[in-house]
Design a protein around this ligand. Structure first.
Ligand SMILES: [Fe+2]
Length: 536
C-alpha cells in the first residue's frame, strides 16, 4: 500500500511510505534551492522525486494526505489544490498540523507506545477546519480572532491514538495567549533574527544572564495544564548590545525549558507511559530536549530529525498508511531518505574539473582533515530535516579552536557565537562526552564534554562546556564511520566536526551539481563525491 504525504505553505515537501516503510522524504528547498521553500502550490518537484525513488506513478498511489499549516493565504486556494490532488489520486485526505507532527515522530520511533508532545509556532485553526470558516466568514476572515493550535499532547499505542492535551492560542497572540514557539520567535524578532532562526537564539542563550525572574513572564495555572506568556516583558528588554541580545535569548530559552519540563511531567503522569516522542519546530531545541529527558519522569525519548515543518510531509504519509489505509506494519526509520546518485551523474557534475577516483576514500580524506583541510562530503542518499548526518556534510578537524573561525571565515559565515557539532564513534563516546550508553543519532540532544577532553575538542565545545552530539555506528553509515575511524587512528581522537553542506541562507546541497556549485563558490578545500576527490 502506497501513501504520499504532502506539506504545503512553508517548508513544502513530500514523502512516500510503502507498507509502513519510508521509501523517500524530501523537502522542496533541496530541489528548488529556496530556503524554507514557501508557497501555496503543490510541491510537484518533491512529489515526483519521491515517485522516482519509489519507482511508481501517481496511478499506483492508494492515498494522498496533505496539510497546510497556519498560513492564511492558503485558505482561498485550497479548493483548487484539492481538485489538483483528485486528478492524481481518488483518495485524498487532510490531516491537522499537530496530528501530522505527532504521526511523523511516533511512527519514526521504535516505540510501541508513547506520549507525544508537539510544540511549534502555530498549527491549524479550528481543529484544521479553517476552510469552512473561510467560506462562511470570507469577508471578515482576516479581522476575526480565531483559535490556532499552540501545544498538543497525544497518547499513541500501536495503531490507535488519543488527544490528551490541547492548548489553543489566539491568532493575534493578544491576551497573552500564544504558543511557546511564538514566544521564541518574538524573542528572535526582538534581536533582529528571523522567526525561523531558533537555533541561533539557542546558541546565544548561554552568553546571557537572568535579568527578569521567569515567573514575571510565564504564569502557570495550577488547576490544569494552562499557562500564559507575557511577551511584552521580553519586548521591553533592551536589545542594543551583544549582551542585551544574549539576555533576551537567555530568558526565552529558560522559560521554554521550564514549561516543557512542566508540561512533559504532567503528560507523563496522565499516560503512565515512560516513552516520549517530540516534534514541532521546538523539537530542534537540543538543550530543552535534554532537560526533558533529565528532569521529567520520561525514561526514553525520540525526536524526529525533521521536527520542524519539513517533517510534516512524512507525518502525512504515515497518517495515510496507518490511519486511512489501516496498515499495521512497522519499520525502522531510515536516517537517509533521499535518492543516491550514480557514477554517471557524478561524473557529469564534475565535468571540466580536475578530479580522480580514490581507492581508499576514508584513509585519504582522514589524512586531509588532519592537515587542516575543509572537506565538502557528499555521499549516497540525503538526510531529511535540518541536520546533516554524514552524507551532506562539511567536515573538518575538531581539535583546535581556530578551526571554528577558519570554517566560518572561509565557508559558513555564521555568527561566531554559534557552536559547531561533533560526530563521535558510538563505542568511543563515553571517553569524551558525558553519555549514558544511549545513542544520539540525530544531533538533537546535548551532552557535556568531559573536562579532560575539552582541550582536545576545542572547535566543537560550546561556551557552556556542552556539545550537540551525533554518535555513529558502522551499520548506520559505513563510509562515514570508516572515515572517523581512520581519523581516530591518526590522531587518537574519534571525533570529527560535522556541519551541514551549505552556506548561510542556502538549503543543504542535494545533487552532485549543487555540491560542486557550493565548492566552487566558497573556500572549501576538498570536495568528495562518492569515491571522487577534487582539490583546489
Ligand atoms: Fe509545525
Amino acid at each position: 500500500m502506497l501513501s504520499l504525504g504532502i506539506n504545503i505553505a512553508h517548508d513544502r515537501g513530500a514523502s512516500l511510505v510503502k507498507d509502513g516503510k519510508v521509501i523517500c522524504a524530501i523537502s522542496l528547498e533541496r530541489l528548488d534551492r529556496v530556503k524554507h521553500s514557501s508557497g501555496v502550490t503543490l510541491p510537484y518537484e518533491a512529489m515526483e522525486y519521491c515517485l522516482r525513488v519509489g519507482n511508481c506513478t501517481y496511478k499506483d498511489l492508494n492515498v494522498i494526505v496533505f496539510n497546510y499549516p497556519h498560513h492564511f493565504k492558503a485558505y482561498p486556494v485550497i479548493q483548487k489544490i484539492k481538485q489538483e490532488l483528485y486528478s492524481l489520486c481518488s483518495t485524498i485526505e487532510f490531516v491537522p498540523h499537530h496530528l501530522a507532527h505527532a504521526f511523523s515522530t511516533f511512527y519514526a520511533s521504535s516505540f510501541k507506545e508513547a506520549t507525544v508532545l508537539i510544540c511549534d509556532g502555530a498549527g491549524n485553526a479550528y481543529k484544521g477546519d479553517a476552510l469552512d470558516f473561510w467560506k462562511k466568514n470570507n469577508k471578515d476572515f482576516f479581522k476575526t480572532e480565531i483559535d490556532i493550535e499552540a501545544e498538543s499532547g497525544y497518547y499513541f499505542n500501536n495503531n490507535t491514538y488519543d488527544v490528551i492535551y490541547k492548548r489553543w492560542q489566539t491568532r493575534s497572540g493578544k491576551l497573552q495567549i500564544l504558543s511557546l514557539g511564538r514566544m521564541y520567535w518574538e524573542a528572535c524578532l526582538k534581536i533582529g533574527m528571523n522567526i525561523l532562526d531558533g537555533g541561533k537564539l539557542m546558541g546565544l542563550a548561554p552568553y546571557g544572564e537572568k535579568l527578569i525572574e521567569p515567573e514575571e513572564i510565564i504564569t502557570k495555572y495550577r488547576n490544569g495544564f494552562d499557562f500564559s506568556i507575557d511577551i511584552n516583558k521580553i519586548k521591553k528588554m533592551p536589545n542594543k548590545t551583544f549582551l542585551d541580545k544574549a539576555n533576551i535569548a537567555w530568558i526565552a530559552q529558560y522559560n521554554l525549558e521550564e514549561i516543557l519540563v512542566w508540561l512533559a511531567t504532567i503528560l507523563c503522569r496522565q499516560t503512565h507511559c515512560k516513552n516520549i516522542c517530540l516534534a514541532g519546530g521546538i523539537g530542534l531545541n537540543s538543550v530543552a530536549n535534554e532537560r526533558i529527558i533529565k528532569e521529567s519522569p520520561f525514561k526514553n525519548i525520540f525526536i524526529l530529525p525533521a521536527s520542524d515543518d519539513a517533517g510534516i510531509a512524512l507525518g502525512c504519509a504515515y497518517f495515510g498508511y496507518y490511519n486511512i489505509l489501516k496498515g499495521k506494519e512497522r519499520h525502522p526509520y531510515p536516517m537517509y531518505t533521499g535518492r543516491s546518485y550514480n557514477d554517471i551523474e557524478i561524473q557529469k557534475a564534475l565535468e571540466g574539473l580536475n578530479y580522480y577516483k580514490s581507492d581508499n576514500i576514508s584513509k585519504e580524506v582522514a589524512q586531509l582533515i588532519t592537515e587542516g583541510k575543509i572537506i565538502g562530503w557528499h555521499q549516497d542518499k540525503s538526510e531529511y530535516g535540518a541536520r546533516a548526518l554524514g552524507n551532506r556534510s562539511i567536515l573538518c578537524d575538531p581539535r583546535e579552536g581556530k578551526m571554528k573561525d577558519i570554517l566560518n571565515e572561509k565557508v559558513k559565515h555564521r555568527e561566531s557565537f554559534r557552536p559547531f557539532a561533533p560526530t563521535v564513534l558510538y563505542e568511543e563516546a563515553d571517553k569524551f562526552f558525558s553519555v549514558d550508553g544511549s545513542e544520539y543519532p540525530y544531533m538533537l540532544r546535548i551532552v557535556d564534554v568531559l573536562e579532560d577532553a575539552k582541550t582536545k575538542l576545542q572547535a566543537i565545545t560550546h561556551v557552556d562546556g556542552t556539545a550537540r552530539l551525533q554518535t555513529i555506528k558502522r551499520e548506520q553509515n559505513p563510509k562515514y564511520y570508516d572515515l572517523i575511524k581512520e581519523f581516530y587512528k591518526l590522531t587518537e581522537v574519534p571525533v570529527i566536526l560535522n556541519t551541514s553542506f551549505n552556506v548561510a541562507g542556502e538549503p543543504i546541497v542535494e545533487t552532485p551539481y549543487d555540491a560542486v556549485k557550493c565548492f566552487l563558490s566558497t573556500e572549501i578545500d576538498v570536495l568528495v563525491i562518492g569515491e571522487y576527490i577534487i582539490k583546489k
